[in-house]
Design a binder for this molecule. Structure first.
Ligand code: ZN
Length: 147
């Protein structure tokens, strides 16, 4: 009985640790800034979730934020092509360069995006960024992929 109880406790502890490292909270503000400059994705997670919160007050039409991930070399192309794709959260439909993309939110709103880690290579050069027009220069950071 005691063994079973311990197994249950350790089982739930490791489940908690697992879920904790497969999720990250990111926020964007009215100053066109994210609060993180780096996100680490572990390949031990089959799926990874980014929770995006817009901590500002400006409306989505003036200061919308999303979070998109691509290879660093694809970032500017993805953002440039996204400008014309307002109806698809500023991401070109079926853009194969996009590894993850959330919807766009305005001040006070939140969203999240869950994606497979299968397309990410350990040590690869990936960026996260906002594709709302004009934001990519300031709203960007590195995605670190580890085992
Ligand atoms: Zn933005």
């Amino acid at each position: 009985m005691k063994k079973l109880l311990l197994a249950t406790i350790f089982g739930s502890m490791s489940a908690f640790a697992y879920s904790a490292e497969c999720t990250v909270d990111l926020s964007g503000n009215d100053q066109m800034k994210y609060d993180l400059s780096e996100i680490t994705i572990s390949k031990s997670c089959k799926e990874f979730t980014i929770n995006l919160k817009h901590s500002g007050a400006l409306p989505i039409t003036a200061m919308g934020h999303n979070v998109v991930i691509s290879k660093a070399t694809d970032k500017l192309g993805v953002a440039t092509d996204g400008i014309a794709a307002k109806d698809n959260n500023y991401v070109k439909v079926d853009d194969a360069r996009v590894l993850a993309a959330s919807k766009v939110v305005g001040g006070g709103e939140s969203t999240s995006v869950t994606f497979s880690t299968a397309d990410f290579a350990v040590g690869g050069d990936y960026d996260f960024f906002c594709t709302f027009p004009g934001h990519v220069a300031l709203m960007t950071g590195k995605v670190i992929v580890k085992d």
